[in-house]
Design a binder for this molecule. Structure first.
Ligand SMILES: Nc1nc2c(ncn2[C@@H]2O[C@H](COP(=O)(O)OP(=O)(O)O)[C@@H](O)[C@H]2O)c(=O)[nH]1
Ligand SMILES: [Mg+2]
Length: 278
């Protein structure tokens, strides 16, 4: 994810030819940062001394990132409900389990809800993870109403007085209307008994600008509060993280860095930015 390493080392050589700039620009465009932001970085790089390049590009990039809190919202002592949404295959179920594990490791009690009822395999996948991390899962039969699973889960969460209820949802949503109907119903059903504290949209970092388009559809359809960006480990590019925050103003709260349960953690802005120059 060393997005700007080549740019900075080119600046350090003292003279960057027009051809070099063209090449640097193309490389950055290939990183999924988006043409507009690439041109702003190039402008910045051209107008600063090489020794100041890292700090001035860093602060430029920082200014594009969301200034909203990256910490999970919700009050202590009350069950907080987190909805995990996104397109199929982005890593929702895996991230649901990883987030549960992360919260448990940090001293919280967690209940999971398998509200992707379209495929029995999806429920089984979550149950398998849950068994490994010793967390209870509320599930329904195949093709049952996902909102009904969410409803039962909220009741159970209250009974158990857990700190967090995390609801895994289906990504098989063909149209925006479909998406709003399905997720909207889950949200309303939860709100009958509780609050929806976070709607985390899972984005696969390897899908680049397409991931950005998907994000916009979800943001328009439901009240997304933040992102989980997955498969950062498989993305040599990584510029999409910046592009997503710049275009939405919403924060990345967690990142997925591999297929194992521990390959997950909060998005640390400073670490991320430093990594862009490694
Ligand atoms: N390398 C890598 N693979 C991931 C990550 N998160 C999820 N995956 C893989 O992506 C695939 C789809 O994940 P899944 O959770 O089933 O996606 P869902 O359809 O959105 O629920 C699985 O093979 C996961 O192991 C990640 O952070 N890094
Ligand atoms: Mg799934």
């Amino acid at each position: 994810m060393s997005l700007f390493r080549k740019l900075v080392s080119a600046l350090k050589t003292g003279s960057v030819s027009p051809e070099d700039w063209t090449q640097l620009r193309q490389q950055l465009i290939a990183s999924d940062l988006g043409v507009n932001l690439v041109d702003q970085v190039i402008e910045k790089a051209k107008s600063t001394k090489s020794e100041d390049a890292v700090s001035s590009i860093s602060s430029e990039v920082s200014s594009w990132l969301s200034n909203k809190s990256r910490i999970l919202t919700g009050d202590k002592g009350i069950t907080k409900t987190i909805l995990v949404v996104g397109v199929n295959g982005t890593g929702k179920t895996t991230s649901t389990a990883k987030l549960a594990n992360y919260l448990v490791k940090n001293g919280n009690s967690v209940l999971l809800a398998a509200a992707d009822t379209f495929r029995a395999a999806a429920t089984e996948q979550l149950q398998t993870w849950a068994k490994r991390i010793d967390v209870e899962v509320v599930s329904g039969s195949e093709n049952s109403d996902p909102a009904a699973v969410a409803f039962t889960a909220v009741s159970r969460a209250k009974e158990l007085k857990v700190d967090y209820l995390i609801v895994d949802t289906a990504g098989r949503l063909h149209t925006k209307q479909n998406l709003m109907d399905e997720l909207g119903k889950i949200v309303r059903v939860i709100q009958k008994q509780s609050t929806v504290d976070e709607i985390l949209l899972v984005i696969d970092a390897t899908t680049g600008q397409n991931g950005l388009n998907q994000a916009n559809v979800f943001i328009e359809a439901v009240g997304v509060t933040g992102f989980i960006v997955t498969k950062i480990d498989g993305s040599a590019k990584g510029g999409v993280a910046i592009a997503i925050e710049k275009s939405s103003g919403l924060p990345i709260k967690f990142i997925g860095t591999g297929e194992q349960i521990e390959d997950f953690g909060p998005f640390a802005q400073e670490v991320y930015i430093a990594g862009l120059f490694d």
